[in-house]
Design a binder for this molecule. Structure first.
Ligand code: UDP
Length: 253
């Protein structure tokens, strides 16, 4: 088989040219990085879990009419997505204070926010993805006002969808990050949810115990990351823990 053309290698995923024009294969690696790649490790099984979970979330979003780049999962580590031009922003939605917001504003982690707060960071690893305002975004032409209206509405729809889905399985969606892509249909551009949605890019806390089920387990050395991600997958029914019981009648003594 001919070698595929690698387009880009990121921290957690590698992108290859897809089989048809306008498509890309996203390969989910087991690499975990944090603090702008100062902390690194290989966590066996992380890529498989994120591939399955991201597929699950993207398909669900598609079903409620939120456009995404997702086309189909190809195998345990790869999915086919529409190629798009990534808006150079990390769009963060927060429901509870945590992480950088808690540090920046001195709010205890876990404090419920008065309403979901959307933040934008400029995607540039060499600068550490700095927080920017809509003024910067407009002035530097990273996105138009119309794009920003659409991005805000997409981000809030994703938040409602994910929050509800998580609540149903006893998990609090504290915050998350999404990336937005532009796809072109002739002269028209559409914005879609791109990249991935997984416990790498969300904060997920068990509602009862407060246990962290996301990448903070790795960032803060809180235990096994695969156990945490598997628990999310198991609760959502993406990777059932207990295989279905055999349907054959069993002999009762
Ligand atoms: N996040 C992410 N990628 C980044 C930065 C943040 O996926 O490069 C996610 C992070 O997992 C969390 C949310 O965005 O769910 C808010 O992160 P925060 O700004 O608190 O960053 P951190 O605490 O990681 O510095």
């Amino acid at each position: 088989m001919a070698r595929r053309k690698k387009i880009y290698e990121g921290k957690a995923k590698t992108l290859y040219e897809g089989p048809e024009p306008g498509t890309i294969v996203q390969y989910f690696k087991d690499d975990a990085t944090a603090f702008n790649a100062e902390k690194k490790d290989v966590i066996e099984g992380k890529g498989v879990l994120n591939n399955l979970l991201s597929e699950y979330f993207m398909l669900g979003l598609g079903q409620i009419g939120v456009p995404t780049h997702f086309l189909k999962r190809l195998n345990m580590r790869e999915q086919l997505v529409r190629s798009c031009e990534i808006v150079p922003l990390e769009v963060i939605v927060r429901n509870y204070a945590a992480g950088s917001m808690s540090k920046r504003l001195g709010i205890d982690e876990g404090t419920q926010l008065p309403r979901p707060i959307v933040e934008y960071c400029y995607k540039d690893d060499s600068l550490g993805d700095p927080l920017v305002t809509e003024e910067h975004i407009a002035a530097f032409g990273w996105a138009s006002q119309q794009d920003m209206d659409d991005i805000l509405s997409l981000a809030l729809r994703v938040n409602d969808f994910l929050s509800g889905m998580m609540l149903a399985v006893g998990i609090r969606l504290v915050d998350f990050k999404i990336e937005i892509g532009r796809v072109y249909d002739g002269d028209f551009q559409r914005l879609v949810v791109a990249d991935e949605i997984s416990p790498d890019s969300c904060r997920l806390w068990d509602i009862e115990s407060g246990q962290k089920l996301d990448k903070d387990v790795f960032r803060r050395d809180l235990g096994s990351l695969t156990d945490a991600y598997s628990e999310v997958a198991r609760r959502l029914g993406v990777m059932p823990n207990n295989p279905p019981a055999p349907s054959k009648p069993t002999l009762v003594n």
